[in-house]
Design a protein around this ligand. Structure first.
Ligand SMILES: Cc1ncc(COP(=O)(O)O)c(C=O)c1O
Length: 447
């Protein structure tokens, strides 16, 4: 639906500023349709090329997206803080399975580790003491090596989480306008980040074993300068890269040495399935393990192993800006990693997530509804119309995430985060999803 907000301006820069104001102040919300180029040009008395240039700038900054004849729309999560703030929480009484968050009640308690840290880290540190904390680097190396990541052929650094690592890795090798292979369906934040960096995403289809070999090959042929692959607990499908798939993907990568391969292993210690890494299939690689899902998203720490040239660029660039990840955070992760009680808590959380996910997938299968969820905290359910299914489920008291945030060219689906789902609620949820699929279809809006 077109939005009633008068875009103004007599040049491209003014039109950009006016659209930005509309986004900041509210009327141009995520999903809002901008006027067609010719219509707006006629309204403003400027050449269509001027409006087209303004829209191009907005697109290159990841503020809007253009979907062919569907027009130009404000992106779901543009890189701009708006007056409308965060999305409204799920209405009271609704079971919120839309968030992608781990279960807060299953994250390790920080208190005992903070107290231990206070005993050893009370001295203020100087600039000269900064950088990747040596104990964390050593422990990170050991953990990754134990999972088969060839850390010995690269170097390790520390970033503020996985998305920060991916941004820095992409910036180290790519320029705006370059192409990145992104899983489809994939992680919404990554899709938004790629757009905000002015990069062009090419979709790599995903099945339960990870990105398909054909999909990777097509991305390489399309000129991808980097690809991002989720090792385990792919968001939203739960895919885990299997050893056979890894072998096929490695063969493609071995003949594409120009491609930077970024692996995102955010499940880390939560994952029951073994890792099948792609690292070092070619000369440019990076393996990222964030602590967000097992230990808590607020910790903002990821260990990054990468080829030496890439690590040097990432760490060198970081020194000129943010500097380093606070050693307090880095040392807290060391405390968490050295604590057997924490390891037991994380393992217990992983198995609880497995039971919830497997329970939902099985209950859906009993009802004839195919679903994906081999690992992690999400289940992906193909539906004919994701907006309709989300609406029907909301009316029935369940909040889930529409697939539109996760996909580029792949068919519609909904994402259900099971991290807090009670097993007792699984049959009712499976019934509701089964009904919502049918309702979506009967509305006749499958695309
Ligand atoms: C695919 C994927 N990677 C990584 C992360 C964690 O990112 P970060 O370390 O930036 O919190 C998430 C969190 O939702 C995710 O879904």
């Amino acid at each position: 639906m077109p939005v009633h907000y008068q875009i103004t301006g007599s040049g491209a820069a003014e039109i950009v500023a006016s659209v930005e104001t509309g986004m900041r102040q509210g009327p141009l919300r995520p999903g809002a349709l901008l006027p067609p180029v010719r219509g707006l040009a006629a309204d403003l008395g400027v050449a269509p090329a001027t409006v087209a240039a303004a829209y191009r700038t907005l697109r290159d900054r990841g503020l809007v997206e253009t979907a062919g004849r569907n027009g130009t729309r404000v992106r779901h999560r543009p890189p701009l803080v708006a007056a409308i703030g965060r999305p409204a929480p799920a209405p009271p009484g609704t079971v919120d399975l839309s968030t992608g968050e781990p279960d807060r009640g299953r994250l390790p308690a920080l208190g005992p580790r903070l107290r231990r840290l206070a005993g050893t880290a009370s001295e203020p540190l100087r600039y000269a003491d900064s950088g990747p904390w040596p104990d964390l680097v050593t422990l990170g190396r050991e953990r990754l090596a134990a999972d088969g990541v060839p850390v010995q052929s690269g170097a390790v650094t520390i970033t503020s989480g996985a998305l920060d690592a991916i941004e820095r890795l992409l910036a180290a090798h790519l320029r705006p306008g370059d192409t990145v292979g992104v899983e489809d369906p994939g992680w919404a934040n990554l899709i938004d980040l790629v757009a905000a960096l002015g990069l062009h995403a090419v979709p790599m289809p995903v099945d339960d074993d990870g990105p398909t070999v054909d999909g990777l090959r097509a991305a390489v042929r399309a000129g991808a300068a980097a690809v991002v692959v989720t090792s385990r607990a792919q968001n939203p499908t739960g895919a885990t890269v299997s050893p056979q798939r890894a072998a096929g993907l490695r063969r493609v990568l071995a003949s594409a040495p120009q491609v930077l391969v970024i692996e995102d292993d955010h499940a880390g210690e939560l994952a029951a399935r073994p890792l099948a890494p792609l690292a070092a299939a070619g000369p440019r690689w990076a393996f990222v393990r964030s602590v967000s899902k097992p230990y808590g998203p607020d910790l903002r720490v990821a260990v990054v192993a990468a080829d030496e040239a890439t690590t040097a660029r990432v760490e060198g660039r970081m020194r000129l800006g943010a500097g380093w990840v606070s050693s307090l955070l880095q040392r807290l992760v060391v405390e968490l990693w050295r604590d057997d009680t924490v390891a037991a808590t994380v393992d217990k959380a992983g198995r609880a997530y497995d039971r919830r996910r497997d329970g939902l997938v099985a209950a859906l299968a009993e009802r004839g509804v195919p679903a994906h969820g081999r690992s992690g905290i999400n289940v992906w359910i193909p539906v004919p119309d994701d907006a309709a299914a989300v609406g029907v489920l909301r009316d029935a008291g369940w909040a889930v995430s529409p697939g539109s945030r996760h996909r580029q060219a792949s068919p519609p689906g909904i994402r259900v985060t099971v991290s807090t789902l009670s097993l007792d609620a699984v049959p009712a949820l499976a019934d509701a999803i089964t009904g919502a699929r049918t309702s979506g279809r009967s509305r006749g809006s499958a695309r």
